[in-house]
Ligand binder design. Sequence first.
Ligand SMILES: [Zn+2]
Length: 142
Amino acid sequence: MKQSLMRPEFIELAPPVLESGVLYISQKYRTSLHKCCCGCGETVVLQLTPAHWQVEVHGSKVSLHPSVGNWGMRCQSHYWIKNSKVVWAKQMSPSQIAAVRERDKHDQAIYLARVNASKSQNSGYLNMLWDLLKKLGRRLMG
Ligand SMILES: [Zn+2]
């Protein structure tokens, strides 16, 4: 059965059985789980990072950005969750799907590049500190 409403539920670990109509949110693992809203029974796992999905919970209402496109699944369903309502998107053509997937990949690549850049900045700082200590050590020794 198609879901028309979703409610949020905060979890730490995935429950053994997922209830349909519930968007499970694990802040610890930055992951969200739910049964596909089309009723196919598949579990949809979404990563909650700036490059993937963001959830907003207001009381018992939940919104998810961007839309959920289950193109890797047989049902190929595509919907938004806005204020706990499931809003169905029009069926997209294979070329539209390819374009969206390409854009997602691009966004994720940018995000990863940013994360890596901040990591290398940190190691640059450590290298600088290390050089400073070596110079200092040499001066003390000399
Ligand atoms: Zn489905």
